[in-house]
Design a protein around this ligand. Sequence first.
Ligand SMILES: Nc1nc2c(ncn2[C@@H]2O[C@H](COP(=O)(O)OP(=O)(O)O)[C@@H](O)[C@H]2O)c(=O)[nH]1
Ligand SMILES: [Mg+2]
Length: 268
Amino acid sequence: MAVVNYATKSLAIKIVYYGPGLSGKTTNLRYIYFKLDPAYRGELVCLETDSERTYFFDLLPIKAGMIGEFKVHFQLMTVPGQVFYEASRKSVLKGADGVVFVADSQIPLLDANLENFDGLRRNCLQQDIDLNNIPLVFQYNKRDLNYLIPVETFNNLLNPRRRPFIEAVAINGVGVFETLREISKLSVPAVREKVFGEKRREAPVPEGLTDQDLSGLRESAPASHAGGGLAAPAPADPLQVTKIKLGSEKDIEDELEKLSKTFREKSK
Ligand SMILES: Nc1nc2c(ncn2[C@@H]2O[C@H](COP(=O)(O)OP(=O)(O)O)[C@@H](O)[C@H]2O)c(=O)[nH]1
Ligand SMILES: [Mg+2]
């Protein structure tokens, strides 16, 4: 459920990038961070544990216009991929308003994708999220490689309801903003209904974000994949990730809750 702050009149919509380890979730967030107009995005935060088996996940807030008198921002989050972090994946899913499933298109990874999607289903159930109703978008990533799982196969196995699906080469930015716009288009009306729907009888539901508002979610620089080669990281804007060390599962939950309530501007 979106976090509503009536005092500051702000609304945070939580979008979780889910998928097997190394499918490209972090790559999506980093690309968005680089290409989004800095006026629209906050700080890219990376949460990691103290253990020797260090793992991390990421969080990126982006601004997205108004719903009624509420300032809206999205909290994009990734989940840790490794099998043994099931508990953390569950914490990240808590209160999600939308899910992007980032699948790895390489044929040998078909089972890994299917197993991970089953895990998503299980974790959603435990968080009282109905995967059949929550905004969900599929990103079939790494389409630049050879020996790919055909899109029809992916759709038949993962996406029988034909939710939006995007073929992507996240490493070059192909499909990254398209995915973001698709999940935004689905989750904004769902959140608007959840948050303001009950007041419907007294007043009309605020129109909320239009396509024009979502047009802020665009690349601020021309896509660098035009030449077909790998994109070089933008040299002028080196990625400054804020790292937050966490001890326990409880720390993770607390930190996520805190971060989801605030729009963290890049620290000065
Ligand atoms: N060839 C190729 N590699 C990719 C693509 N997207 C991500 N990768 C690479 O896959 C690896 C894992 O990506 P990462 O985003 O860290 O995966 P995560 O575990 O899902 O966060 C990195 O080496 C990326 O550079 C893609 O579209 N094509
Ligand atoms: Mg990652």
